[in-house]
Design a protein around this ligand. Structure first.
Ligand SMILES: Nc1ncnc2c1ncn2[C@@H]1O[C@H](COP(=O)(O)OP(=O)(O)O)[C@@H](O)[C@H]1O
Ligand SMILES: [Mg+2]
Length: 429
């Protein structure tokens, strides 16, 4: 774009867009702009996307999906450097930092409540402790993706580069490595080594030279069943966790990868966080949906263990079936299990071992909690340690809960799992 066009476009920008642009050029992060202009970070991102289109950057760089932000900075460094005062990324000769950002398939998060503690912990791990590998793991719908979006929004500006990739369609590792390498060192016709280990080495080199934040969402799709060995991704994750570099790979997964469990014991720079349901903040979801009978909300929230995705579905049903009255919905005495939840839970059940499925079947047959001895008598596992291991897997996947009963350890199924198991889990294998 020529200087004259740039000036004209700048003068014609709508006021809000101009406000966002000026703060962006001063080097403010999305989080800072959010606070200064009282808009969400998603809106900040939308404004910046629009501004890039206004200045013709979207067409100019339409061949790649990477961020146009560095190009926007560069444009103003050239024609309007006076707007960039206070921007520490701009050096004396007005060249712009090499920061690049690629949000990939990350979703917009519109409503987000609480998670203050989790955000503080993750920020400490990523920024202060400079962890190399961090996994956030927990049940589907518990809020892993939303949490990572909020976290990355806040901290990505503290990294040289940021990339988000979803592994939802289980990409082969060499393809994923090629994608990330290409992003970090954008060279036309980049020659990549063929072998996975050489490709990984190439990426490790880049992670040493730049401080990058890489978010990999939906990692469970690339973990093989049986949860012992993580295959080729396991090798990759072990290297990211063990080798020396300045970057951080943040994983979201329904299951904790075995590689993380292993390396976590060896170094403080690998960490894992199990994400649990929302507590008090879950009420905001019901409030937002306009439900009534506030006194009964906690019962319904607890019934679904604070899972925000399920609570949104439930809220929708309460509105449709009971005019928004939670007490009326509770009176129905039903546990919501629609097609979507059935599919989600089936995916989880399909990954269980025969022994794990057997335990669920035994727990389903009893209404209350069941002691460890009773479970053992009923299924006669190959050994006690195998039984304990199977129960740990089930607890980790939020399929079985441990109930505190004095000195004894008892186990039971959460209501949703009980409902699912009664319909889909055969009593004997
Ligand atoms: N803290 C939160 N406050 C409000 N809604 C949330 C929160 N966390 C997640 N959600 C919503 O719940 C749904 C599932 O969240 P998501 O992050 O996709 O879960 P996961 O990645 O664990 O499967 C989404 O609609 C999301 O917007
Ligand atoms: Mg997700």
């Amino acid at each position: 774009m020529k200087e004259k066009n740039c000036n004209e476009t700048f003068d014609r920008l709508p006021r809000r867009r101009k406000d966002v642009l000026e703060l962006f050029l001063q080097g403010k992060t999305d989080a800072e702009i959010e606070k200064l202009l009282y808009i969400t970070q998603a809106t900040v991102r939308k404004h910046i996307g629009n501004i890039c289109s206004d200045f013709g950057l979207s067409e100019e760089f339409s061949y790649d999906r990477s961020s146009k932000r560095p190009a926007l900075m560069a444009l103003f460094a050239k024609y309007k450097p006076e707007l960039m005062q206070g921007n520490s990324a701009v050096t004396a000769d007005s060249t712009v930092s090499s920061s690049s950002v690629d949000w990939g398939e990350a979703p917009e998060v519109e409503e987000f409540y609480d998670r203050t503690e989790e955000l503080a912990t993750l920020k400490q791990w990523l920024l202060e402790k400079q962890c190399r590998l961090v996994v956030v793991w927990g049940m589907a719908g518990i809020g892993k993706t939303a949490l990572a979006v909020m976290l990355a929004d806040e901290i990505q500006s503290q990294f040289d580069c940021f990339i988000w990739r979803s592994l939802q369609y289980a990409p082969a590792l060499p393809d994923l490595l090629a994608d990330i390498i290409q992003f970090l060192s954008p060279t036309p016709n980049l020659e990549l080594p063929d072998s996975v280990s050489d490709r990984t080495s190439k990426l490790m080199g880049l992670l040493q030279n730049h401080r990058c934040l890489i978010v990999l969402d939906n990692v469970e799709t690339v973990l093989p069943e049986g949860h012992r060995d993580d295959g080729e991704y396991g090798d990759f994750l072990r290297r990211v966790g063990r080798e020396r570099h300045r970057s951080c790979v943040l994983l979201n997964s329904r299951e904790k990868p075995g590689a993380v469990t292993l390396v976590e014991r060896e170094t403080r720079r690998v960490k894992s966080l199990q994400l649990e349901g929302l507590k008090e903040a879950a009420r905001e979801i019901f409030r937002e949906e306009g439900l009534t009978d506030e006194a009964d909300w906690n019962e319904l929230i607890n019934h679904y263990r604070g899972n925000p995705h399920i609570l949104r579905l439930v809220a929708w049903h309460v509105k449709e079936l009971c005019g928004g009255r939670v007490s009326k919905f509770l009176d129905l005495g039903t546990t919501l299990l629609n097609d979507e939840l059935t599919t989600l839970l089936s995916q989880q059940f399909d990954r269980l071992s025969p022994l794990e499925k057997q335990i669920v079947a035994v727990l389903m047959q009893t209404n209350g909690a069941v002691s460890l001895e009773r479970v053992r008598d009923r299924i006669q596992p190959p050994s006690s340690s195998e039984l304990m291991q199977a129960l740990t897997v089930l607890k980790d996947r939020s399929l079985v809960e441990q109930v505190p009963t004095g000195d004894d350890v008892q186990f039971s199924l959460p209501p949703l799992i009980r409902r699912f198991a009664s319909q889909h889990c055969p009593l004997t294998e």
